[in-house]
Structures are given as structure tokens and as C-alpha cells.
Design a protein around this ligand. Structure first.
Ligand code: PDD
Length: 292
């Protein structure tokens, strides 16, 4: 089963795909990206991901070389041709190729790269038992709603987490919890299920949005509100969401157990709802798993 690449309209195997070393994505991290995954032939949140790509691109004034429907048909083709059971789709849009100089180059075509690789779901043991996380200072820029290629603070935070034996780093800025290095965070206190409000301090996660909406549809008390670290230590449950982690219980923070140290009821309920959703056994208002 081949891993495929698409570079500005040209398809190849992943190994044969090439871009210039003068690409501004490589030189400056001057671009934006998306990570999408499929469950079998169903593409999770495709229209939401494409809408977010457009928002990110607009925010930094890069024009998308294809319309959403053209992108959608390339994505479907990539998934079909790579023939994986489950596919991880990576989309990277950069300001294009130009001699290195900070300001925007004139008359340059943006670069659009997509890759289609085989993926698997997060191991069942992790989904059932949960993971530990650490808190670290959020060193990112002030426009985290843009899914920028500049991931150095996220990379360093995740590495610090892994080196301390944790699975994810939870980022804290000015005392306020923002999100994970590659995920959004929810805290449960009594019946309240809380997550950081949308804004420039977090990425508006597609999984976060779908889980939040499903929670509302289940009649749960879902809230967007700022959280401080103390709220997390005292929480009854914590979980993170994201394309790669789905709905993943967090049972330990900074070496301290969260409540009993086992995944809680609300998390399990939302995990079940999520599972049904990706299996096409339930829907969610405004969101759909797009099928071929
Ligand atoms: N990251 N917050 C951050 C900082 C992220 O990087 C991600 C996803 C999320 C979750 O968003 P979504 O539910 O739309 O995947 C939140 C991807 C998976 C990555 O960088 O690999």
C-alpha cells in the first residue's frame, strides 16, 4: 500500500516527492497546515478542516491555489489511490519558493503539499487507562488560532513531556491553561465539563468542537470558560481531544493523580459517543463524517 504525496498538482510516492530548499515553509516556517484522518473510507471533519485551513491561510495572507471542492476531490483521490485502511492526511500550504528575504515575495505561487500515509488508532490500552501529562509554560506566539507551521514551542513542550515519562504537555500562559501541545483540554468538575474558550490563545480543534456538540446533545453541562492549573489538579476528570488522540482520558497531572487516578464517567460517555460517531452510528449537528 503506497504512501502518496501531492505537490502543487503532481502526484508521486512519498519518497519521490520534492520541494525546493528555497520554499518559505522550509526557510521561515511561513505557512499553515492541517492534519486530517479517515476511519475507513469516512473522512473525519473534512469540511471543518478545509474551512480552518482557509481561515489560517487568510490570517497570514497566503492564497489557497485550489477551491475547497477541488481540494476535496484531490483528498478523496489520494485516499482512494493510497488504499490504506485508515489514512492520515497532512496538508501544508506555504508562501512558496523565493530567495530568502523576510518580507512577502512578489508574484510567487504558494506551495501546496499533501501526504497520504497509513495510520492506526491510538492504542486501546491508552484509551481505556488514560495517560499522564505535565504542565509547561506556553511559549507560543499570540495567534494560536492560526495552525502555523511554526511548531517549535509545541515540539519542545512535547519533548519535555516525553522525557518526564508523560504523554502530553499542557500549556499554561499567564496562569491560564490554554491547551495541549497537540490537543485541546477538557476538565470535569461535578457535572460541569469545561474547556478553554475559543480565541487567539488556542487552536479551535475540530475534535473539540464535535465532542462539545455531542456533549450538548447528550444533555451534558458543556461550558467554555478559562481554567487555571488549580482547577485541573482539583478536577474530577480531565481529558484531551484531537485528531490523533480522539478523546483520551488524563489520569495524572504533574505527578499528581486526578481524583481516583482512573478515567471518569463523563469521559467514558463522551468516548462512547465519539466512537459511535466515527463508526457512522450517530450524527452530530453541524458536523459530519464525510463519506465517499
Ligand atoms: N494537532 N491544539 C493544537 C495545538 C493542535 O496542534 C491540535 C491538533 C489540536 C487538536 O485539533 P484537531 O481536533 O482539529 O485535530 C489542538 C495536529 C493533530 C498535529 O499538529 O499533528
Amino acid at each position: 500500500m503506497p504512501n502518496l504525496a501531492f505537490v502543487n498538482g503532481t502526484w508521486s510516492s512519498l519518497e519521490d516527492a520534492k520541494i525546493s530548499i528555497e520554499d518559505r515553509g522550509f526557510q521561515f516556517g511561513d505557512g499553515v497546515y492541517e492534519v486530517i484522518r479517515t476511519y475507513g473510507r469516512a473522512i473525519f471533519g473534512l469540511s471543518e478542516h478545509l474551512a480552518r485551513l482557509k481561515i489560517s491561510a487568510d490570517e497570514i495572507e497566503i492564497s489557497l491555489p485550489y477551491s475547497p471542492s477541488e481540494l476535496e476531490s484531490f483528498i478523496r483521490q489520494g485516499c482512494l489511490d493510497s488504499q490504506h485502511k485508515d489514512t492520515s492526511i497532512y496538508i501544508q500550504l506555504t508562501r512558496g519558493v523565493a530567495p530568502r528575504s523576510h518580507a512577502f515575495p512578489k508574484g510567487v505561487q504558494s506551495t501546496l503539499v499533501m501526504t497520504f500515509r497509513e495510520t492506526t488508532r491510538i492504542p486501546t490500552a491508552l484509551r481505556e487507562k488514560g495517560v499522564s501529562v505535565i504542565s509547561v509554560p506556553d511559549m507560543r506566539w499570540g495567534r494560536c488560532h492560526v495552525k502555523s507551521l511554526n511548531l517549535l514551542p509545541n515540539v519542545l513542550a512535547r519533548e519535555e513531556a516525553l522525557r518526564s515519562g508523560a504523554y502530553e504537555a499542557i500549556l499554561v500562559r499567564d496562569g491560564i491553561v490554554t491547551e495541549g501541545a497537540g490537543s485541546n483540554l477538557f476538565a470535569v468538575s461535578g457535572k460541569k465539563i469545561m474547556t478553554t474558550p475559543i480565541g487567539a490563545s488556542i487552536l479551535s480543534g475540530i475534535t473539540r468542537k464535535i465532542v462539545f456538540q455531542m456533549g450538548l446533545e447528550e444533555g451534558l453541562d458543556m461550558r467554555e470558560c478559562p481554567l487555571v492549573l488549580e482547577d485541573l489538579y482539583r478536577a474530577d476528570e480531565l481529558f484531551i481531544t484531537g485528531t490523533t488522540v480522539e478523546v483520551l482520558p488524563v489520569v495524572e497531572l504533574d505527578g499528581k493523580k486526578i481524583a481516583s487516578g482512573r478515567p471518569g464517567k463523563m469521559t467514558s460517555l463522551l468516548q462512547e459517543a465519539f466512537q459511535k460517531y466515527v463508526q457512522g452510528k450517530r450524527t452530530c449537528k453541524d458536523s459530519r463524517v464525510v463519506k465517499d
